[in-house]
Write a protein that binds this ligand. Structure first.
Ligand code: AMP
Ligand code: MG
Length: 501
């Protein structure tokens, strides 16, 4: 039995009233011995909660799912999704619950979500539980992404539960509390459009517009505009992933948000040596979600979203859905151009280029003048596979004259220097601008592993230290050399990530 406690959060719930068909009121399962092991005081303040209250006994009971605060009702959200390309009609929150919505310090509506809070009617064969390693991993990765400037849901806390959860071996159970702009997914739309009640998909789209793209509310062509907006935010998001070398690992449609934030950090990882084919996830046997495939998969997922909007767009235009297929295909094809434009902007910044090259080469007269430079960079990286993160810091060092560039890169570097010279900026200033966008510290797999192994044996020291290093990823600090080092070669050969279990 969970008890009620006085309010911590100032809830302002809207989802259940707007879309009762998509939520199921459900209680978290009580756990024996909640202990707070990771806490994000900055996030607590951001969601207007007194950090001390949340760390107190009642607060921790809420974070463990042992108490539901006043002013809210916990809900499991329904969704479907394409997992590795195959459709599952009913996924939903099988081990998570929406605790409620709050308005954050910036006036933005956010979800407070529990993960690992016990079985729900969506659990299928699962136990509804989460273990401490993966929950701390999600905490750390999300914080790192936030510090890198990538839109993401964030962690508020991890509480261990005092239970042993059986995975490959018994592991300590845990509950993660996370905060995100929303948990509507492409999979939510896939679920809604297949319900008998035809009004749900329209209400869902209106709700998503109101919440995430309010400028479109009330517009005649809002559903088409909504699709365009999601295409744009996802193009921008995936471009940022690609620029920092992030591999989500499980880009199923149920893990792709409508808000454009990164969520559901399961088997994700940062790439060490550059290789488009990089896959770390133990379950991605075909490399569907390999680093270089992410833009293609995003387009594939957005096509699934477009399919769900086809009936409402057709209805509003008074035409047959089939007649709209060419229109929507063209809209979807816009993803590629948008992605490339965002990616090129991101890469230019990484290379210290302040603007798009003025003139395109004859070969692509109406293209991006830096196309050739960026294409040859990717070829260079793919051929020689340097450590992706260090590569850009070493380019900046070469501008300061601190370091030469490897011989194999000399031709490309000469072209880059020539392009930089055209901007006529001081090389030392350019190097500083590059260091401000090229991280020196990322959550390298061997460091994350080491921190989680220590945490699992009760020592939070390495986790806390890594978290603090990653909070400022761009500023090189004395004494943190080991955090900037690539993993030993044999580590990466065998390194695998496991999917959120
Ligand atoms: P994920 O791969 O974490 O995005 O989860 C995919 C689906 O599996 C979602 O519906 C989850 O709620 C569900 N799921 C994952 N792990 C568990 C678990 N241990 N118990 C119940 N459901 C789970
Ligand atoms: Mg998921």
């Amino acid at each position: 039995m969970t008890s009620t406690v006085t309010k911590l959060f100032d809830f302002d719930n809207t989802l259940a009233a707007a879309l009762p068909e998509l939520v199921l009121p459900w209680q978290p399962v009580e756990v024996p011995d909640p202990q707070l092991v990771a806490f994000n005081a900055e996030m607590a303040a951001a969601v207007s909660v007194d950090p001390e209250a949340l760390r107190g006994e009642h607060g921790v009971a809420v974070l463990a799912g042992n108490a539901v605060p006043d002013g809210t009702e916990t809900m499991a959200m329904a969704y479907a999704g394409h997992q590795f390309g195959s459709y599952s009609p009913r996924l939903g929150d099988g081990r998570a619950l929406l605790l409620g919505e709050v308005i954050d310090a910036d006036g933005r509506r956010v979800d407070i979500h529990l993960k690992g809070s016990g079985r729900t009617p969506f659990s299928r064969g699962g136990d509804g539980k989460a273990t401490v390693g993966p929950m701390l991993r999600e905490f750390l990765m999300a914080e790192a992404m936030h510090a890198l400037g990538v839109p993401t849901g964030r962690a508020l806390a991890v509480v261990t539960t005092g239970e042993q959860i059986f995975r490959q071996s018994p592991e300590p159970g845990a509950v993660l509390t996370r905060v995100a702009a929303g948990h509507l997914r492409v999979g939510t739309f896939e679920y809604a459009v297949r319900l008998e009640d035809r009004s749900v998909i329209r209400r869902l789209a209106d709700y998503a517009i109101e919440r995430h793209y309010p400028a479109l509310a009330g517009e005649q062509s809002r559903y088409l505009e909504f699709l365009l907006s999601v295409i744009e935010t996802q193009a921008s998001l995936i471009a940022r992933w690609m620029a920092v070398g992030f591999i989500h690992g499980v880009m199923n449609t149920d893990n792709m948000t409508i808000s454009g934030e990164t969520i559901d950090y399961g088997p994700c990882a940062f790439m060490d040596r550059y290789d488009q084919r990089t896959v770390y996830s133990s379950i991605d046997h075909q490399g569907r979600y390999a680093f270089g495939n992410q833009p293609t998969i995003a387009h594939w997922n957005l096509t699934r979203l477009a399919e769900t909007l086809l009936p409402v767009i057709a209805e509003d235009h008074g035409v047959e859905p089939e007649s709209l297929i060419p229109v929507l295909s063209e809209v979807l094809d816009g993803f590629g151009d948008r992605f490339r434009a965002h990616w090129a902007d991101g890469m230019r910044a990484k290379l210290g280029l302040s603007a798009q090259a003025a003139e395109a080469s004859d070969a692509d007269a109406d293209g991006d003048g830096d196309d050739d430079l960026l294409r040859s960079l990717v070829e260079l990286l793919q051929e020689h596979r340097p450590d992706y993160t260090s590569f850009f810091r070493s380019l900046a060092r070469s501008l300061r004259g601190d370091e030469g560039v490897p011989e194999v890169a000399a031709t490309w570097v000469a072209a880059w220097r020539e392009r930089l010279a055209a901007e006529d900026r001081n090389p030392v200033e350019v190097a500083a601008a590059m260091d401000a966008v090229n991280p020196i510290y990322i959550p390298r797999n061997h460091l994350v592993d080491e921190a989680l192994a220590a945490a699992e044996s009760g020592d939070m020291g390495p986790f806390d230290e890594l978290l603090s290093v990653l909070a400022d990823p761009f500023t090189e600090r004395d004494g943190l050399e080991r955090y900037a080092q690539p993993a030993p070669e044999d580590f990466n050969r065998t390194f695998r990530t496991f999917c959120g279990t």
